[in-house]
Design a protein around this ligand. Sequence first.
Ligand code: PGA
Length: 255
Amino acid sequence: MRRPLIAGNWKMFKTVREAIGFAEELRNVVKDVAGVEIVVAPPFTALHAVADAVRNSNVGVGAQDLYWEAEGAFTGEVSPGMIKEAGADYAIVGHSERRRLFGETDASVNRKTRAAIAAGLTPIVCVGETLEERERAETLGVLDRQIDAGLEGIPAGQAAGLAVAYEPVWAIGTGRHATPAQAAEAHAHVRARLRQRFGADVAARCRVIYGGSVKPENVRDLLASADVDGALVGGASLDVPSFAAIVMAARPAAL
Ligand code: PGA
């Protein structure tokens, strides 16, 4: 019942020109793909150009971050309304690089998630444990804390559209992905927590996607688990053939 979501997080890669070239090529390659929600998240500078380049296609556009205020003296920040107006419908929130390098906390993730929903953006809220936390067997507790604090105060009626990305920090950009069993355990746990917070109906509709070294070669195994509803893809989303191969693998007919 959940449509798989494949989102490409470009991070700080691609100029406007490169982004447009990618978007035009991707929309052509995936034009006949049905049953998969496809999203690319370019840097802010390319958001509007990419949204233009994929208009009237089955490719959606997301921001990699946002700020929670509508406007004001917040140098360097971008508001949910600006993102929406630039043509995006999604926003990644709380990526581990933002948490680790830019001081993002569960509290800021919460404000950003609420602001994204209020602006009509679909938040893709990132959670996940570090290697030390996994080794100390704290993974499930970390996920509980990040979900509880990150999604606090969101009414069940607004939660069904949101996506949670389980991204073990040790798997991001390392080439070392979670095993399908590790992903299945974490995703089932996230789903159970969403059920506690929002009830069974809403939890059954939220997408819980996996991120961390997803490649065309491993995506099928990762998506095989019933609770893995797609992927947040970094490095392998930067080139059209590999991103398109991941999209193809997520088609309901391919699983
Ligand atoms: P990766 O990044 O696919 O390059 O590991 C994933 C992410 O950061 O979302």
